[in-house]
Write a new protein. Structure first.
Length: 256
C-alpha cells in the first residue's frame, strides 16, 4: 500500500508540473503576441499593406518578417453527400497575400511565435467557373486592370474580399472567454454577402506589367476602404470596425 501511495503522489506532481508549464507557455506566448507592433515607420519595401483600422495604424511589408505571395483559391458546394452542384463546383480565383515568415530557430518564445499567432493579410479576387485551375495569366487578364472594382456584396457574391486571419486560440483556455474583448485582434474581414455594405470600395489605382523571358511581373496598387466584421465565441457575426486609407501594394510573378 505504501508503494501505491508513493506512485500516485508522483503522478499528481508530474501532471501538475506539466499543466503549469503548459499554461505558462501560452501566457508568455499571449504576452508576446499582444506586444507586437505593426507600424509603418521604417518600411523600405515597395510591397506592403498599410491602413487605419479602428483609428490605429496597421502595417506589414515584404522582407520585414513577411513575404508577398500570389496563389489561387478554389471552392464548390455539394447538393447532397458526394454530389457536386455543377453550377457551383469549380470556382477559381486569385489570392494576393502577405504571409508571416516565422523564425525556424528561435532563441526565445517571442522570436518564434507560430503562424496562428501572427496575422496574414489576404485579398481574394472574384472567381471564374472552371473544372480546372486556369493559367494565372488568364485570371490576371480577367480581374486586374486600372479602375474601381466590386466587393463581394449582399447582391453579388462574386467580388473582391479582404480579410486578416489572426486567430486567438491561445486565450481560449479559461472560463468566460469572449472573442469580442479577449482576442488580441481576432480574425476579421469584409464579411459575407449578407453583411457587406454597398459603400465598401476597392480601386486598382496603379498597375505596371514588366515582361521578362520567363515571367510577367505585375506591380499592383489596391486602395481599400471597408467595414470589417468578426465573430464572437458563439460564432455569431458582429461589426468589428472600419478600414480606412488601406493601401495594398503587391508584386505578382506570373509564369509565361
Amino acid at each position: 500500500m505504501k508503494k501505491l501511495l508513493i506512485i500516485i503522489a508522483a503522478l499528481v506532481i508530474s501532471n501538475s508540473c506539466q499543466k503549469d508549464d503548459y499554461l505558462e507557455f501560452y501566457d508568455l506566448k499571449y504576452e508576446c503576441t499582444k506586444s507586437m507592433k505593426f507600424s509603418c515607420e521604417g518600411i523600405t519595401s515597395d510591397q506592403y499593406f498599410k491602413g487605419i483600422i479602428n483609428g490605429k495604424e496597421f502595417c506589414v511589408s515584404h522582407g520585414n518578417k513577411y513575404k508577398d505571395l500570389t496563389g489561387f483559391y478554389t471552392g464548390g458546394t455539394t447538393t447532397s453527400p458526394f454530389e457536386f452542384d455543377p453550377s457551383e463546383f469549380g470556382r477559381v480565383g486569385l489570392v494576393f497575400k502577405f504571409e508571416p515568415e516565422v523564425n525556424q530557430n528561435p532563441t526565445t518564445i517571442c522570436d518564434g511565435v507560430d503562424m496562428s499567432s501572427v496575422p496574414s493579410i489576404n485579398l481574394w479576387s472574384p472567381y471564374v467557373i472552371d473544372s480546372t485551375i486556369p493559367p494565372m495569366k488568364q485570371l490576371m487578364d480577367e480581374f486586374i486592370s486600372i479602375g474601381e472594382k466590386k466587393f463581394w456584396t449582399k447582391d453579388d457574391s462574386n467580388g473582391f474580399r479582404f480579410f486578416i486571419n489572426w486567430t486567438c486560440g491561445d486565450t481560449t483556455y479559461y472560463e468566460g472567454f469572449d472573442r469580442r474583448t479577449d482576442c488580441i485582434q481576432g480574425g476579421f474581414g469584409t464579411g459575407g454577402k449578407k453583411l457587406n455594405p454597398q459603400k465598401n470600395r476597392i480601386v486598382i489605382s496603379d498597375l505596371h506589367i514588366t515582361e521578362t523571358p520567363d515571367f510577367y511581373i505585375y506591380d499592383i496598387t489596391f486602395e481599400i476602404n471597408a467595414e470589417l466584421f468578426s465573430t464572437d465565441k458563439y460564432r455569431n457575426t458582429y461589426h468589428y470596425g472600419q478600414l480606412e486609407d488601406g493601401i495594398f501594394k503587391h508584386r505578382a510573378f506570373v509564369e509565361k
